[in-house]
Design a protein. Structure first.
Lengths: 228, 228
């Protein structure tokens, strides 16, 4: 897989690293905007989203150009394809950060339902998963990729816990419904961000092992419970 | 773009058509399971999801093999990359159908909040969008692709309408909260299915025009309203 890191692919690789850094930063700021009720931070996230959009287009262009000019062999080809797919996942992470920021704007100025505990924990794990997923792409660290895949369950469990907690709030105090709904969808966005990190890690394991482990549920901790 | 339809790529093309048919069928059955409160249909959807997972893996394999053996030029290369991306979108459509089916199982046996009107309309539009997105891939029909992209707004508007309607239900009758939440997330899933159809159409326009129209919001009817 060394060829990917040749100078010809430096641009693609460095754009992917940039996308990773930027998307993690967007998630961090968007969740801070929610927790601190800071509309200025939310607006910053919304303004920053087009950077990710442009980087994704660049990565696609660079990938297609490289494949077309260099006719790489199967392994290198897969690496470029995985890089392009990772770029797509990171762009979607940016979209979710943007969605969180929109909701942060609507929540700003409203009294918080209670101190934020689960949401920042979920967000911290999701950011770590993104960072680790990118690291395993850059360092070809397969164990790290498997660890990312396993952590997805933690975020799913926290999402379910928060969903239950917010449902109870809504039933007990109907005046909290609109705020609780915003928080539920923010939680859903974070859960999806963790899914994108998992996708990237799965693609990396696929690349490293030459086998496809996407859709192999045994890797995760048992079957997922039905309740969201 | 003719070369893509050469016998060598017949398998990839036919797998993509199969994926399209299957994913539309999964959405249709999942929404019927909700509307008719039929757990049997929901279980059918859940059992059918792995077909889509397997087809996506096949399409990726066929794409990489073709690119590696044939060293296609840029346009053909892009066509294969777009085919692989469409496969990924259709697999995610299957995931959303699966999520809808899970929620249909939880709703089965519960009294419906009111007759289903908006949800089946949203689902019908999303299915048409998927079909049209695939057709424009198979027939290189650029106008059809642009029409798909424009229709996304219809689904977004219906989603927002239903969200508002369900929020009011929840506030007025707290005993409807758990059912209303299930319906809100089902609506969100359908909205995402329409997004995936839009992604496929955008990729096709990009391919046909040789330019990237993803993230060009002017194509859509003005800026999106903030309320979800």
């Amino acid at each position: 897989m060394k060829r990917f890191f040749d100078s010809e692919l430096d641009a693609l690789r460095s754009h992917l690293v940039q996308m990773g850094e930027k998307s993690i930063e967007q998630v961090r700021l968007a969740v801070r905007a929610v927790v601190e009720g800071d509309p200025e931070l939310a607006r910053q996230v919304r303004a920053g989203d087009d950077v990710l959009d442009r980087l994704e287009v660049l990565i696609d262009e660079e990938g297609v150009r490289y494949m077309s000019l260099r006719n790489p062999v199967a392994t290198d080809l897969r690496l470029v394809v995985v890089g392009m797919k990772a770029g797509h996942d990171l762009e979607r992470v940016g979209d979710e950060a943007n969605n969180i920021a929109k909701r942060a704007l609507r929540l700003a100025g409203e009294a918080p339902l209670k101190p934020f505990v689960i949401l920042p924990r979920m967000a911290a794990i999701a950011q770590e998963m993104l960072r680790d997923a990118l690291d395993c792409f850059l360092q070809h660290d397969n164990d790290k990729a498997l660890a990312v895949i396993r952590r997805d369950q933690e975020v799913d469990d926290l999402h379910r816990e928060l969903y239950r907690e917010l449902s109870i709030f809504m039933a007990e105090k109907p005046d909290t419904i609109s705020r609780a709904l915003e928080l539920m969808f923010i939680s859903k966005s974070i859960e999806r961000i963790a899914d994108h990190a998992t996708n990237i890690a799965e693609e990396m394991v696929y690349l490293a092992k030459g086998e496809d482990i996407r859709h192999v549920d045994e890797l995760k901790k048992g079957p997922r419970p039905a309740q969201e």
